[in-house]
Structures are given as structure tokens and as C-alpha cells.
Design a protein around this ligand. Structure first.
Ligand SMILES: [Zn+2]
Length: 449
């Protein structure tokens, strides 16, 4: 029997600003590079079919808690950068562990500021060659096993600890009456003949948002209304290339939805949308996934753990892959862990990608936790309560451990210090590739447009 958890059992402490989850500020030439809290971000995205360009004008309102060089990230070089209306520049820098990001090139005072800039989007955008029927396809694909593969590939954005409302205003220039399908996990409205507005939920982070636009009808869509165990009705959308079976994706999504809701509680997002692609794994977003049929269940689980309860840093990303992988292998319960030590969650506080040994080592760790928790309903009972208490919030490994100990009344210091925050043992040096998250080339990502 499953034990029901009173929510009060969980250690509370949600903070909107999430400053406490930011990596430490660090010294640079001339002062400190400082992490900020982005409040809102508006992105005006313009596709010019004649010029074949995709450009973004961004306006970000952020709060700085101390003076310094504000940190953000954007891979393309921005132009027309302004802070509170005054022009300045950005610098690409390295964090103390050697990973790249950007800061402004001026020390900015404590308080609320408006940051503006422009940049071109070149990744995963494709213009047709047709002179008479020009068109564009664009997607903000993300990946979490490689560094700098979140929204910073396309638009200025923050690290994963930050949650903010993002708004896209999309314009298509160069066609009289552009006709497009937008597949998004935000609320969309058409604002004129060639402009659309998408508002994404305020709990989203830099790895939550889903955005894919294609000429109308170029992909096939199927929809169903799903009745949640909460009584709420929401939409499940599957879309695929015409040669794939859209209805199979839709039917399987409904089946998995029923399983996940039964195990972990009501779906935590407004809807679910999935882009069904060829075998080769997928990527999860909040209430959305780009995925092969075989990885659909894995990616949907991530709408609970990864994009429902969300990791604050790359070093916390092992948790959700461990849970998903534990489910993939049939929720094993094992009295021993298969390895004797690892640094899965102990790389760099600035790290944004996840250690790819997290599947194999992580599911072994979860199977062991399930064994240890068997007298209190098992690990699933804990996870169900953890999701109910912390969906739409950003968590850390320490937070996961604290709550696990509180729930079970047991101490896991030794296990975490050795197996997650320790050093790598020989038996922890497993190959990291997981069939659900296979590495993809730039060409493969572009071909999915
Ligand atoms: Zn995964």
C-alpha cells in the first residue's frame, strides 16, 4: 500500500528570486562577475524571407543584488547592447572552471535594470530556396549533455537556476499572408496577419521552453483531450512527419500519461505536446518533448522530474536522469549499489550540462534508495510527495537529500558523500550514452526542422 504524505513533512522554502541557487559570483579583471535575477524577458523575433535572416531584439528586466559585471549568456555576438538606455558592450569570459559565458563590460549597480540587445539566429533555422514561395522553418532545440546548448544558442538568457516569464513576438516579413504552424508550450495568439505572440509560463527556466515553427501543413498533427486524475481537461498534441504514424505517438502519449499520473500525481503543465521523430532518442521540455516513439515515455517522465521539479545546475541534473532511467529498467529494488564511488554531482558549480554516466550509476543509486525506503512506501512514494510539494520549483542535490532523509527518517550522508559527491571509483567509469538521449550532430538537429 502506498503511504500518503502530508505536504508539511517536506521542508518548505520556495523563493521566487532563486538567488540562493545561483553559482557563486567570481572575480574578474576590474571587479566581480555577478549572477542576476531576470524578472521578465521579451524577444522580438523577425524572420525576413527576402533577406533570409532571423534576428532577435531582446529586452530583459533583471535585478542585481550587488554591484558588478552582470552575467548572462548568448553564443551569437550581440549588437546594439544597452543598459537602462545607455550603450555598452558585452564580453565573452570564462568561469573559474573554464566554461564560457558573457557579462556586460561595465560594472552595474545594485537594483533593477533593463538590458536590451540584438542578435542573429543561425542555428536550426532554414529558409527555402523558392523565389515564388519563400518560407522558413525554425526551432529552438536544446540539449543537456553538452555545454551551452540551452536557449543561449538563440537568445540572451540566464543559467538554469532562474525562472522567469518569457514572451516571444514573432514576425514574418516578405510574404503577403504567411501561413505557419507554431508548436509551442506557451500560450499563442495571432496578433496581425504576420505576427504572433507567445507567452510562456513564469515557472520556466532556460531549459523549459519549446518552440518550433514550420510552414502550415508541412507536419501532420493529431490531438486529443485528456482528462486528468485531478478532473482537469487538457490537450495532448502529437505531430510528426507525414511518413510517420502520428496516431501511434498520440495513443502512446495517452497511455504513458495514465501511468505517470497514477504514480506521481496530476500532470503539472498546461498541456502536452510532442514532436514524434525517427529513432534516436529525444529531448524533454516542460510539458513538451521532441522524441522518438521508443523514448516518449522517458521524456514524459521528465515533465515530472527535470522540467516539473527542475535541477538548479548541471551537477543536479543526475537526479532526473537517474529517476527516468530507474523507471526505464522497471523500477528495480536492490540492496547494493553497483559502484563504490563517483563525482556525478560534484563537478563545478558553474556547470550547466549533466554527467552522462548519470543513467547507469543513477538508476543503481535509485534502486538502492528504493530498497532503503521499502518500509515507508518505497522511493516512488517519496517522489510522488516530492513532486507535489516542489513542482515548478528549482531544486539541488542537497535539497533532494534533505527531503529524502526527512521523509524516511534515515541518514544518507555516507551514500551521497561517496557515491554522488565523492571521487570516481574504477567501477563508476561506465560508458555514458543512453538510447533516450543519443548525441546528435548539428546536421541531424537541422534535419529535424
Ligand atoms: Zn533523460
Amino acid at each position: 500500500m502506498k503511504k500518503l504524505l502530508p505536504l508539511a513533512l517536506f521542508i518548505s522554502g520556495t523563493a521566487l528570486a532563486n538567488f540562493h541557487l545561483a553559482p557563486p559570483d567570481f572575480e574578474v579583471n576590474g571587479g566581480m562577475a555577478v549572477f542576476v535575477d531576470m524578472k521578465t524577458a521579451e524577444y522580438k523575433i523577425t524572420y525576413d524571407l527576402t533577406e533570409k535572416t532571423a534576428t532577435v531584439k531582446s529586452k530583459i528586466v533583471f535585478e542585481s543584488r550587488t554591484e558588478g559585471f552582470p552575467i548572462f549568456d548568448l553564443i551569437p555576438n550581440p549588437t546594439n547592447v544597452k543598459i537602462d538606455g545607455a550603450p555598452l558592450k558585452t564580453v565573452q569570459r570564462k568561469d573559474p572552471f573554464g566554461s564560457k559565458m558573457r557579462t556586460l563590460n561595465m560594472v552595474i549597480g545594485k537594483g533593477t535594470h533593463v538590458l536590451e540587445m540584438e542578435n542573429e539566429i543561425s542555428r536550426n533555422v532554414s529558409f527555402s530556396d523558392s523565389e515564388s514561395f519563400p518560407s522558413v522553418r525554425s526551432a529552438f532545440w536544446i540539449r543537456d549533455l553538452k555545454d551551452r546548448m540551452f536557449l543561449e544558442q538563440y537568445i540572451p538568457s540566464n543559467y538554469e537556476y532562474d525562472q522567469l516569464q518569457m514572451t516571444f513576438n514573432v514576425e514574418i516579413k516578405g510574404a503577403k499572408k504567411p501561413s505557419y504552424d507554431f508548436f509551442v508550450n506557451g500560450e499563442i495568439s495571432q496578433t496581425s496577419v504576420n505576427t504572433w505572440k507567445i507567452v510562456y509560463p513564469a515557472y520556466f527556466t532556460v531549459s523549459s521552453l519549446y518552440y518550433h515553427m514550420t510552414p502550415k501543413g508541412s507536419l501532420r498533427k493529431a490531438e486529443a483531450t485528456y482528462k486528468s486524475i485531478s478532473g482537469r481537461e487538457f490537450k495532448i498534441t502529437a505531430y510528426t512527419d507525414w511518413y510517420l504514424k502520428t496516431s501511434k505517438f498520440l495513443a502512446y502519449a495517452q497511455e504513458v500519461m495514465a501511468e505517470l499520473e497514477a504514480d506521481y500525481g496530476p500532470w503539472g503543465h498546461p498541456n502536452f505536446i510532442t514532436y514524434g521523430t525517427l529513432p534516436g532518442g529525444g529531448m524533454e521540455h516542460s510539458g513538451a518533448a521532441q522524441t522518438s516513439l521508443g523514448a516518449l515515455d522517458h521524456e514524459m517522465l521528465h515533465s515530472y522530474f527535470a522540467k516539473g521539479v527542475m535541477p538548479g545546475r548541471g551537477d543536479d541534473g543526475w537526479i532526473d536522469e537517474a529517476i527516468a532511467s530507474w523507471r526505464d529498467y522497471g523500477y528495480l529494488r536492490l540492496p547494493d549499489v553497483s559502484f563504490t564511488g563517483s563525482d556525478l554531482g560534484n563537478h563545478s558549480p558553474y556547470k550547466r550540462n549533466t554527467d552522462d554516466r548519470c543513467y547507469e550509476l543513477g538508476r543503481s543509486f535509485m534502486a538502492y534508495l528504493d530498497y532503503r525506503l521499502q518500509n515507508v512506501g518505497g522511493l516512488k512514494a517519496f517522489l510522488r510527495g516530492y513532486f507535489a510539494a516542489y513542482k515548478h520549483t528549482v531544486i539541488t542535490t542537497q535539497h533532494f537529500k534533505n527531503n529524502l532523509e526527512f521523509f524516511s527518517g534515515q541518514n544518507f550522508d555516507h551514500e551521497f558523500e561517496t557515491l554522488i559527491w565523492g571521487t570516481n571509483s574504477k567501477d563508476a567509469m561506465v560508458s555514458g550514452h543512453n538510447p533516450n538521449h543519443l548525441p546528435m550532430t548539428d546536421k541531424q538537429l537541422k534535419d529535424m526542422l
